[in-house]
Design a protein around this ligand. Structure first.
Ligand code: GAP
Length: 449
């Protein structure tokens, strides 16, 4: 990644958005109907990138641990859940309308609360009112009171409402966690910055239940562990920071919150929040549902309501940050020609890269299709592969660079004689000749997955 990215780079935003459309990462939703405000669809490579981000999170939070189990809770939920969690009352943003142009804004996000950023009128705003961000809909054939349900605005509550079920079935005891990845919905007043703030997005959240006295220690632990996750996946340290919330920023239930922030093109902004939520959630659900959600520790004879440490990340937002951190342009000699050329390359960590390997027969000639198909079929069970046989090889390399594919495997006419292929490295563009029989081990070693 280039050094220049250590300061916010406004041009980077347009470059990444443009690349996303051009190469099939992200498309505006319902584009053939003119688009649907601030919603996006993930295209053939975007879906792989997003899946890799979620898989990397799941691997580190669930697969590699013995103290965390998974959950996939329902998105539709009854008002009682949101009454108990406090969302019906408190999950609001201050909304103002401009009386001149009729645009709506979030008061706390305005640069100048006296000036409309759309029509520049002064003192044209209505009184701020509380706008609840939850999407309400109706379950069943009759709309109206009693049929209201909500699309969850966070995945977290499913973990609290299932605390007892998981405790009873998983044989875990505090400290232990429940992890979940899934869609959440918020009727944001001002969505924007591409997929950074959208009304439909994916979260990766984990609720870690601990004995009350251990809350502060686990909070520190998770702040450090979550920062390390981004670094291990190749996020440059100078683009990441951990920012502790000031006292006046803390939610009423929080005994401490820190945000993992990324240096986006518009400045530092949140990727993930790590919060010490104390016993607030379990106490609220216990009192609203009538269920006893205390834990009885048979070893010590103690009964307590566990405290919760919550690392809550956005998958869609994080995928975008990985793209921005990986984006690079460098001047290179045109491969095979020596003229100056600028190549765009996504220097993604192999675990995050949509394709790990691209198999490229040098030409479409049928005699190369057979060995190229053999190579592809040998690699596909192990790695996500692309296969591309159109255009000049140099242009195909550039395309794979823009997709972030760590290795291209070229099948050429020599392959027919020596049963070897050329392996081209995305970052250095160095090429090595490797025997087909050794190719899988060779790539496995170099990908290091
Ligand atoms: N359970 C706690 C919770 O939901 P949050 O800070 O509101 O906390 C966690 O959300 C993460 O979800 C954020 O750090 C962000 O990455 C992501 N997120 C929240 N709102 C979002 C939105 N409108 N669009 C995209 N991602 C969002």
């Amino acid at each position: 990644m280039s050094e220049a990215l250590a300061t916010p780079s406004p041009e980077l935003f347009d470059k990444v958005v443009n690349l996303c459309k051009r190469r099939g990462f992200v498309f505006p939703s319902a584009e053939i109907y003119g688009g649907f405000r601030s919603t996006y669809d993930y295209g053939p490579v975007g879906v792989l990138l997003l899946r890799n981000v979620k898989d990397a999170w799941w691997r580190s939070m669930v697969q590699l641990r013995r103290d965390i189990v998974g959950l996939d809770a329902a998105i539709l939920s009854p008002p009682a859940v949101w009454e108990a969690s406090g969302h019906l009352k408190n999950f609001t943003d201050p909304l103002v309308d401009c009386k001149v142009c009729r645009e709506r804004f979030r008061l706390d996000k305005l640069d100048d609360p006296e000036v409309c950023p759309n029509c520049h009128s002064t003192h044209s705003f209505t009184e701020a009112r509380h706008f609840n961000l939850m999407f309400k809909t109706y379950a069943g054939p009759v709309e109206g009171a009693g049929a209201e349900v909500y699309l969850r605005p966070e995945t977290a509550q499913g973990m609290f409402t299932n605390f007892k079920n998981v405790l009873e079935t998983s044989r875990k005891r505090p400290p232990f966690g429940i992890a979940q990845i899934g869609k959440s919905f918020r009727n944001e007043i001002t969505p924007g910055n591409f997929v950074f703030r959208t009304r439909e997005f994916e979260q990766m959240e984990m609720e870690y239940f601990v004995p009350p006295a251990e809350g502060p220690r686990w909070y520190e632990y998770w702040c450090e562990a979550r920062m390390q996750w981004y670094l291990d996946l190749g996020m440059p340290a100078q683009l990441l920071r951990l920012r502790a919330h000031d006292e006046d920023e803390l939610s009423h239930y929080s005994a401490g919150t820190s945000d993992v922030e990324f240096l986006f093109p518009w400045g530092w902004d949140e990727l993930e929040g790590i919060a010490n939520r104390t016993d607030y959630d379990l106490t609220q659900h216990a009192s609203h549902s009538g269920e006893n959600l205390a834990y009885f520790d048979q070893a010590t004879g103690e009964r307590y309501v566990p405290h919760v440490i919550e690392p809550a990340a956005g998958a869609t937002r994080t995928a975008m940050a990985f793209l921005m951190a990986a984006y690079d342009e460098e001047e290179v000699a045109r491969e095979g020609q020596g003229q100056g050329d600028v190549r765009t390359v996504l220097r993604l960590h192999p675990r995050i890269a949509p394709y790990k390997v691209a198999v490229l027969p040098l030409s479409k000639k049928p005699e190369l299709s057979a060995p190229a198909t053999e190579v592809l079929e040998a690699l596909q069970p192990h790695f996500m592969c692309d296969y591309d046989e159109t255009q000049a090889i140099g242009r195909r390399y550039r395309r794979q660079d823009e997709l972030g594919t760590p290795f291209c495997v070229t099948v050429d006419f020599d392959t027919l004689q020596d049963r070897a292929v050329t392996v081209r490295d995305r970052d250095s563009m160095a090429q090595d000749r490797v025997a087909i029989d050794e190719l899988l081990d060779h790539l496995r070693d170099r990908l290091g997955l």
